[in-house]
Write a new protein. Sequence first.
Length: 641
Amino acid sequence: MPVKVSVIVPVYNPGRYIEDCIASLLGQSLPPDAYEVIFVDDGSTDATPARLDALAAEDPRVTVIHQENSGWSGKPRNVGIDAARGEYVMFVDNDDHLGPEALERMYDYGVANDADVVVGKMAGRGRGVPVELFRTDRPRATVENAPLIDSLTPHKMVRRAFLERTGLRFPEGRRRLEDHVFVTEAYLRASNVSVLGNYVCYYHVRRDDAANAGFQRFDPVGYFKNLREALDVVEKYTEPGPLRDKLFRRWLRVEMVERLRGRRFLNLPEDYRRELFDEIHAVVTERFGPGVAAPLQPTQRVVAALVADGRYDDTVAFAEWEAGVALTVEPESVRWQGGLLRIAFAAELTHDGRPMTFPSAGGSPPWPPHDVAEAVRWLGEDVVVRFGRARPDLLLRERASAAQYFQPGEVVRETVPVGDGSRVRLVLRGTAAVDPGAREVLPADGLWDAYVRVGIGGWTKELRLGPAPRHDVPAPPAGVVAGRVVLPYWTERHGSLALDVGRAGKRLGLGRLTPADVTVDGDRLGVDLPLYVPAPAEAVLRLTGPGAQDVPAVLTAGGRLEAVLPTAALTGRTWRASLCLAPGAREGEADRFHPLPFALRAGADRVRAVPAHRPGRVRRLVRRTRRALHRIVGRITARTG
């Protein structure tokens, strides 16, 4: 089979952090003969070279290339490109990993859309990743119609023929932002770029030792020298005007303004802070015209103006004021309705712990501000003008993987008068609708935490939804919806909202049932369960005695369980009961049987419910000990036999 994808991994002293990367690459759903993995060892001095050579010796998919240290990732990636045989190449860093279906999904998506570049959804474990870009799939994305420029890391799939036709390669040597230069040119020269937003393909991982290359403090002079090279690429492939200004705005916003804001700026040493400011001031005055900064969000525009004027002391003072800005989120209700979990909440900005207030009417204040106090006044008026476009988003983030998905919802914007009415609070009220049947927004079983994300005035704040402020915001019962069991609950540690999808056990509340709740009429069993069930659903009642009997059952709308018992097969025995609520679980999602606190005693003439007698603590301990001894004896026998 022709090689569809060549995965290129530059490697330098990753130690144990490469193991997750290796496992994810060798565990891909793409057929083994359809892809190859090329590790380019850039002069590692740890045990990694031997580890990779051993791997290559046992797995034909793996190739290892050793070279002297080049100082950065550009040359190893270029060496990998030259060695690649695949239709597409995929760039992966040695301390990150891929989703199990990443290569297959990205390749198929790229072929289907004839894409030169495929950008897969990203998740960050301790690292920031673009969010808006992956709000939806974008089969034909450009730097004009999508926020592509927000994603300039190299972790993308690129058609090899495109690289050969254009001669596109990474800048080499000991330098920064080689990925910005490469990816920007790829975006601007590609015939099509496709963004896959419905599946997490790439996981950025912050190492426990914080030794990721991107987290090291940089030399401002060298860093912004390299940044100018990315700007050169934009100038080469665009004409002066709105598009060029829009692209330049990305570097002004992310690499410059954001580095000079709030605590991020204040936490830097004074001498380094000043050097950083001076280098940014030089780039802004050299390369950016007025059209670059003008459309920025209010807070960003203030900082950009201070930088352009070289007002270092005012930039520090504004950062000190801005450090007091935070987000508060209050849950208002969580309830099931029409097969959806509807989550209502209110969000607003605070300053130094108090609700932030703004002028009751916006206007067109003078620009630019002459001091920080005037900047704050200007900012308040401009935020009021833009408030009509502000919206809160609810995201569900999987606790294990950090994969996150936007949930559809509605928003109401309220201006709440304060004092004499000359100032107002700006309150955003959102209601999100979580659909358990929509796999594109709740794709996998697991634990999911609810986060609220608000963008307003140039502040983008994100906060877990909670804590539940009062007992009048209860979590609803578990729901059995679209073949899935979803339990909303407030976490013990943070008091924030989480969803247990497909994993909940005791917390489902089934343990509160008693034999009195169970009716048996002939061979027909019925019991009302403390569950939300919007439509009839299949279930399985398992009866365990001298053997096991799986009895088909039905959950009726409202949560009543009904089953026809095989009474002839039960006679003369007592059977413990357990229940599977989602027997139609997808492949890979295990059916779960939840113990019920009753048993069925089948006499000659009738079946009745009785309390379930669970094995006592001592008996359970004895059983576990016997099983453990049995496993140990089995291992010893296998080794000596």
